[in-house]
Structure formats: C-alpha cells, structure tokens
Ligand binder design. Structure first.
Ligand code: GLY
Length: 360
C-alpha cells in the first residue's frame, strides 16, 4: 500500500514509475473532492504521445478536464497563462482544483506558475515527459514564464504535491531532446559529484537501458539534496545555475534567429564551457579540468563560436546584465573550483566575460 505523505509535501514528494501512479491514484481518491475538478495541462505533443499512456495507467483520469496549449519555448509567456486561467475559469475550477502538468519543462514551468497564483494558489502535480523535465525543471518548486526574451523572469516558488518520474515517456522523446537533457545531468556531476560526472561522460548506453534509470535517479537525488538545503535560493542553490548565466543569455539571443534557435540543454552546455574558462581564470579551476570539460561537452554539443562579431558579444552582455543572480549592478556567476565543487556569488568583470568568447 502506498501513502501520500502530507508532512513531506513541502519538500519534494518524488516517486518513480508504478509507485508514482499508485500514490497518485490514492491521492485522487482521497484528497481530491472530484476527479471532474482535475485539469491535465498538455501541449500538442504530449496530448498525442503521452496522454494515452497516462490514461492507460490511470483510467480514472479519463474524466478529468484537458487543457491543451501549443508546444515550444515561445509559448512560455504570460499570454499563454491568461489563456489557461480563462480556461480554468470557464471549466469552473475552484480552490480545491488540481492541475496535473504532463509535459516537458515548458509545461511544468507554466502549469506550476498558473497554479501558484490562480485564486491565490491551487495544488498541482508534475509528470515530466522529457529528460530535462525529469532531472531539472520539475524538481524543486521553481515555476515561471519568460518576459519577452528574459528567461524565467516572472515566476514563483510553488511545490508540487507529487512528482512522478516515469522513464517510459523517454521512448517518445526525439534523440536531440534527450541529448539536451543530458547536459543538466552532466552539470549535476560538475557542481557536486565528480564520480557522477566520470560515469556519465564515458557512458554510451542507450536511453532505454536500465543504466539510464539509475543515472536519472542519481541526478534527481543530487538536485533534490541541494534544493532541500536551500529551497528558496538564498545561497547554495545558486550552484545549480552553473552554465546558466551565459547559457540563458545565448538561448535568449538566438531566439530571434530562425535556424539557430538553441535547445535549453545545448545553450547550458555552451554556457558551461564558457563559464569553466572563467572558472579557470578566476576561481582556481585547474587548466586540465577546464580542458576535460571542454573536450567532453564539445564532443556532445555543437559549441558555437560567438567571437566573430563584437556586436553579438555586446548584445549577449546586455542580456546577462538582467540575470536574477546579479547584485547591486555586479554580474554574479556560479563558478567551478574543481570538477565536483562549485562556488556561488562570484563577481565576474565585464571584460573577462567578453574575453571568454574570444578565448574558446
Ligand atoms: N534550474 C535551477 C534550479 O532549479 O535551481
């Protein structure tokens, strides 16, 4: 018998595969006054490829309400939230309603944010369907949307009631999305577990292998341990942003270029290479660690050269100036000290940020 643990709610109630569905069924039968008051948020892809799988596990969900949005990062804005809030209103959602987010990071970020402020906050459950969603976006209560090109600028901390990790969804995921998700896992190794980095960097197994289930499990444990120590990102949690200061800026910058759009994980991989170089310059990261990181990530991802146009670097710098980690007009980074150890609140002068683009 599986129980939903009310006391653990404010941490992450994370469950895997079958156990997760049993917990969810139990929750729906005992904690929700009517399944008709449950709303499943999907995008076009998860509606087609993942919803049938979810229904096959939990038939009772078939009578819930489905809210469908377009797919992709471009939907992650306040206008999509307004559409969802209107939908909830029309479907008579109330304070006891429950939203189940079924999708990748975009769906769990939007759905969590929608839930966090609808009628001053309703409950939600995350069922991530992408690798990135499983190991990062859905873990740890950050919700939000982009403000034009500024990533995750509007958001809240709102804990899901339950997080279900079902590896079976990965079989519906295109390979490029899978490789993109792997970059957040490599990040978890780089910032806090050297052995995990070593295991993951040499792994060539297939995403359906059992080995991957263990990698995913391990990656979630690493992130969750950090989040539990600092749920509201007052300090330690900032290490999870390694690679993201430059990575987010690149992702925002390339949003405007039709054929150059970067997947989040690819942008983070690029950011990790640039930020490792900065770590080598000012945070004591040994040269051989920087070279190893650059070698591993360049083999997996197409690390663009940015240096050719000075104008591009200026634009990227101006995006970085909006980063949430900045403090009193100083640009703050999370930087590696060595593989497996990361510092946060590291002030990096603008000149060094510019230099990293021409030195890699
Ligand atoms: N993605 C970084 C964090 O959840 O803190």
């Amino acid at each position: 018998m599986f129980f939903y643990d009310e006391k653990k709610k404010k941490k992450n109630n994370i469950f895997f595969n079958e156990e997760g569905y049993k917990i969810l069924e139990n929750y729906l039968l005992h904690k929700v006054d009517s399944i008709k008051n449950t709303f499943i948020l999907v995008d076009k892809n998860t509606y087609q490829h993942c919803l049938p799988l979810l229904f096959s596990y939990l038939k009772i969900l078939e009578i819930s309400n489905i809210i469908k949005i377009e797919s992709g990062e471009k939907e992650k804005n306040i206008y999509t939230c307004i559409k969802i809030w209107k939908n909830l209103e029309e479907l008579r959602a109330n304070r006891n309603s429950l939203i189940i987010n079924l999708g990748g990071g975009v769906i769990t970020d939007i759905g969590g944010f929608v839930a966090s402020v609808f009628k001053r906050g309703i409950r939600f459950i995350n069922i991530p369907t992408t690798l990135l969603g499983m190991v990062d976006a859905s873990v740890g209560s950050k919700t939000g949307v982009n403000l034009e090109k500024i990533k995750n600028e509007i958001g809240s901390f709102h804990f899901p009631e339950i997080l279900i990790i079902d590896h079976n969804f990965l079989s519906t995921l295109p390979d490029r999305e899978f490789i993109s998700g792997k970059s957040e896992m490599l990040k978890h190794g780089l910032i806090s577990d050297e052995n995990f980095w070593v295991d993951l960097k040499k792994d060539l197994s297939n995403k359906n292998d059992n080995k991957w289930k263990n990698f995913i499990h391990k990656s979630i444990l690493i992130k969750n341990k950090i989040v539990e120590k600092d749920p509201f990102e007052k300090g330690l949690r900032k290490i999870l942003n390694f690679g993201h200061t430059i990575g987010h800026a690149l992702e925002s910058y390339f949003m405007d270029f039709k054929n150059k759009k970067l997947l989040h994980g690819v942008a983070v991989a690029m950011g990790m290479v640039y930020e490792s170089w900065i770590s080598y310059k000012i945070n004591g990261l040994p040269m051989k660690h920087y070279e190893e990181i650059k070698f591993v990530l360049s083999n997996l991802y197409n690390i663009h050269k940015i240096s050719s146009l000075e104008l591009e670097v200026e634009k990227i710098l101006s995006i970085i100036e909006h980063d949430k980690k900045n403090d009193r007009n100083k640009i703050n980074f999370s930087l590696l000290r060595k593989i497996g150890i990361c510092s946060y609140n590291c002030h990096v002068p603008n000149l060094l940020i510019k230099d990293c683009f021409s030195n890699i």
